[in-house]
Write a protein that binds this ligand. Structure first.
Ligand code: 5AD
Ligand code: SF4
Length: 459
């Protein structure tokens, strides 16, 4: 019987969470986790479809695994997540040696499907319904979320992600998420609070609530409508818990009561990820984002006024269909004036089946996309550096995550290493200290700043 499972995760935090929950469920079912593809009887890819590049990576990994499957025909290979939901047939055409294809709304069935695949037959497919195939309720019901009523118990950790919502109904024209993750569904507040209580009792200090547009959270299961601010209020009461984050926010739903909650609730971090995507009204309209650049700037002003010192961060897509040099300059201006802590910048990647791919030509040449990407990143880096420099000479509270990237790359050993952690406003802080500090809150005096990192010493 196959027992050792290797899970490779691509994409967003939602996928990282799905993989964590799956790993816990597999262990509960008696499987072991392997550290590498070659050491496993079952190799699973939890995939992402948000950009073409992420899909290409999976196809090339699947190509390489053909050899492993020829050598060890008993190996079970699975494609899970967004690509599975979107491209089941194409996966089997390009990689006939795949045994399992499981959509993001069916991941809880993976342990059972592995057993079935081991028994022969197959391939085994578990997908949720297509968005146009039935009523909203029927389609929503086909996305069974592993962590709703009874999440598998994850190993104790100082930080944890917790699902607040599944799916998305915003239908931004470039985005594949509403079709692969299905209709927006909110997890009842009661279940979220119970899970966070359990995590905190096990030593968890920081939770991050996840949803594609988490500030649109609305739970009606208790007779009234509970908003994200209400949920944050309940979570703030949980003893032992120290920090609460939530991602990702939609600019059009950044309500005053949510900002007041961030200001007033001591455990809620002053950190707001609110993707703007573009600074041009024409581009925003084609993206169907539901706001103008002026509205977005006004929202940034409300954040700064209500929660002084809050860190706002953004995502931008450059080279979207029809983006002119003048449109791009408006995005540059937004980054310059928006003072984001950081921004994630992506080159537009047309996703077949999305409204943008069907309606508009992908008419910005690749080299222009690349140049705009680099230019915007340089502007953002300058903004980030300036903001980070203000921390030099200040003492900050850091939740230590473990050895820094450099320490890991250099293979540093011994009890004293370069550690890395984050401030409440999500700034990365690097300093030397004993590894035993991992998972603890410490004070660090900042001595030097780079665009994405603060360097300091234990205080
Ligand atoms: N092309 C490029 N970037 C995209 N994103 C979403 N869809 C696409 C696409 N088709 C980006 C958005 C989103 C982030 C998670 O990924 O900026 O906020
Ligand atoms: Fe995609 Fe827009 Fe939903 Fe975000 S809000 S997941 S960009 S459709």
């Amino acid at each position: 019987m196959p027992r050792r499972v290797y899970i490779e995760t691509l994409g967003c935090q939602m996928n990282v969470l799905d993989s964590e929950l799956l790993a816990a469920a597999l262990q509960e079912a008696g499987f072991e986790l392997a550290g590498a593809r070659r050491a496993a009887d079952v190799v699973l890819f939890n995939t992402c479809s948000v950009r073409q590049h992420a899909e290409d990576k999976v196809y090339s990994a699947l190509g390489r695994l053909k050899h492993l499957k020829d050598q060890r025909p008993g190996t079970i290979i699975g494609v899970l997540g967004c690509m599975a939901q979107k491209d089941c047939e194409r996966i089997f055409r390009r990689a006939p040696h795949v045994d399992l294809v499981v959509g993001p709304g069916q991941i809880s069935r993976v342990p059972e499907l592995i057993e079935r695949a081991a028994g022969g037959g197959g391939p085994h497919v578990a997908l949720s319904a297509d968005r146009s195939s039935g009523s909203r309720a029927e389609v929503a019901a086909s996305f069974a979320r592993a962590d709703f009523a009874a999440p598998p118990s994850r190993p104790a950790a100082p930080q944890a992600m917790v699902r607040a919502m599944f799916g998305c109904d915003n239908f931004c024209t470039y985005c594949v998420v509403p079709s692969v993750r299905g209709p927006e569904q909110c997890r009842p507040a009661r279940e979220i609070v119970a899970e966070v209580r359990r995590l905190a009792a096990g030593g968890c200090l920081e939770v991050t609530l996840l949803g594609q547009a988490v500030n649109q959270y609305a739970d009606t299961s208790e007779g009234t409508t509970l908003q994200l601010s209400d949920l944050l209020g309940r979570l703030n009461e949980i003893s032992g818990l120290r920090r609460i984050r939530f991602v990702t926010n939609h600019p059009k739903s950044m309500s005053d009561d949510l900002l007041a909650a961030v200001r007033d609730l001591d455990k809620v971090c002053p950190y707001l990820h609110v993707p703007a995507q573009s600074g041009s009204d024409a581009v925003l309209a084609r993206m169907k984002r539901g706001y103008t650049a002026g509205f977005y700037r006004d929202m940034l002003r409300r954040i700064a006024e209500t929660v002084p010192g809050a860190a706002a961060t953004s995502d931008f897509i450059v080279g979207f269909c029809g983006e002119t040099e003048a449109d791009f300059e408006q995005t540059v201006d937004l980054v310059r004036k928006g003072r984001f802590k950081n921004s994630f910048i992506f080159k537009y990647s047309p996703r077949p089946g999305t409204p943008a791919a069907e309606r508009y030509a992908d008419d910005v040449p690749e080299e222009v996309k690349r140049r705009r990407n680099n230019e915007l990143l340089a502007v953002q880096n300058a903004v980030s550096l300036e903001a980070n420099k203000r921390f030099v000479g200040r003492r900050v509270e850091v939740l230590v995550e473990g050895p820094s990237k450099t320490a890991r790359k250099r293979g540093q050993t011994g009890p004293l290493r370069q550690l890395s952690g984050r401030t409440a406003c999500d700034r990365i802080v690097v300093f030397d200290g004993p590894t035993a500090l991992a998972g603890q809150l410490v004070e660090v005096m900042i001595e030097r700043a780079e665009p994405v990192t603060l360097f300091g010493r234990l205080y």
